[in-house]
Design a binder for this molecule. Structure first.
Ligand code: ZN
Length: 198
């Protein structure tokens, strides 16, 4: 839009946001423009403060509050004999919402994708391997149902084969192509309880 450089700048920033459909960029810019100054300032303040206050846990890579320890690794109530491997923090949330899983996590932050330069190092698989010691009896691969996720799960299972740990995966029942994040709680609950040997 010629003559509106400030609006163009705002729209260009919004266009960089992943997951925001391009048709919604104008609506979101309208939303921000219509906020009161106080609301806009609060939004910016919370965004900045949240980014400063959250860090990936050095052990499981789930988000944790700076100075507060990890909700999972540092909780005495979690079962330390089992680690659930998930692709993302939002998949971790989906597992937590089932209420049936009480073990630890390892958040990969993606799946193997050599063309995009994502290898075992980027997914911190050495960290996962080092966690699988005498205390850990089972690793559940709770990855999404896509070809890339399947390949990643197979890679991790091979990697852990040398350790004396049971490697399981979620029961079939989740639709092909499904992401855990969008699975309904009952289906995910059943898939977790009926997990099988990988
Ligand atoms: Zn942790």
């Amino acid at each position: 839009m010629d003559g509106l450089p400030s609006l163009n700048r705002l729209i260009r920033q919004l266009q960089r946001l992943p997951y925001l459909a391009s048709k919604n960029v104008y609506r979101v810019s309208q939303y921000f423009l219509e906020l009161s100054t106080a609301q806009r300032e609060e939004f910016c303040r919370i965004l900045l403060e949240s980014c400063q206050s959250l860090r990936p846990c050095p052990i499981c890579c789930a988000w944790s509050e700076v100075g507060s320890g990890c909700l999972f690794c540092d909780a005495s109530t979690r079962d330390r004999s089992i680690i659930c491997v998930v692709e993302s923090w939002y998949d971790l949330q989906a597992i937590e919402h089932t209420g049936v899983y009480k073990g630890l996590y390892h958040v990969l932050g993606g799946v193997l994708s050599p063309l995009d330069g994502i290898g075992p190092n980027e997914l911190l698989l050495d960290k996962l391997q080092s966690r699988v010691g005498s205390t850990v009896k089972e690793v559940v691969l709770a990855l999404n149902q896509t070809p890339e996720s399947d390949a990643t799960a197979a890679f991790i299972a091979r990697l852990l084969k040398v350790s004396d740990v049971l490697v399981t995966c979620l029961a079939r029942g989740l639709p092909v192509g499904a992401s855990l994040e969008y699975s309904d709680r009952l289906t995910l609950n059943k898939a977790l309880l009926e997990r099988r040997m990988f």
